[in-house]
Design a binder for this molecule. Structure first.
Ligand code: TYD
Length: 132
């Protein structure tokens, strides 16, 4: 599974924590797009897709969720709920986000602009794609 949990540069003191993400330093690819997911519902999972060619860094800056990651051979679930940890994903990985806390804000940095043609939204198509 092409996933790495990285420590983000965090400056914590009695006032709180400041996390600084710098292009080409703390993020291992050139960032072309940033989006965030917020105002989520605990019973409304998201994702259910893979990308053909995209690198992403995901951080839950508030709250958390379970990320289910599947490369067609192994399936792993990890809880993303630490604003000082980022998950870097690359390669064709089916991802689902479950069990959001209601305060969850997930920030995602991506290596490419939004392109619906980069998405595989059907699980059988995903399995076919990784066998290629
Ligand atoms: P969707 O893929 O359903 O979100 P999730 O990965 O959380 O399940 O995306 C929701 C909508 O937002 C969908 O209409 C596509 C659109 N969208 C953009 O226009 N730009 C983007 O960068 C992203 C990630 C999604």
């Amino acid at each position: 599974m092409n996933k790495t949990l990285i420590d983000l540069p965090a400056f914590g003191d009695e006032r709180g924590i400041l996390v600084s993400l710098e292009a080409q330093k703390s993020i291992p690819f050139e960032v072309k797009r940033v989006y965030y997911i917020c105002k989520v519902k605990e019973d409304k999972p998201r994702g259910f897709h893979a990308h053909r060619n995209l690198q992403q860094l995901m951080v839950c800056v508030s709250g958390g969720c379970d990320l289910v990651l599947d490369n067609g051979i192994t399936k792993q679930t990890l809880r993303l709920d630490d604003p000082t940890k980022g998950l870097v994903l690359e390669g064709v990985i089916w991802r689902e986000m479950h069990n959001f806390t209601s305060d969850c804000v997930m920030l995602v940095m991506s290596s490419h602009h939004y392109d619906e043609n980069d998405y595989i939204r059907n699980y059988d198509d995903f399995l076919k794609e990784i066998k290629k």
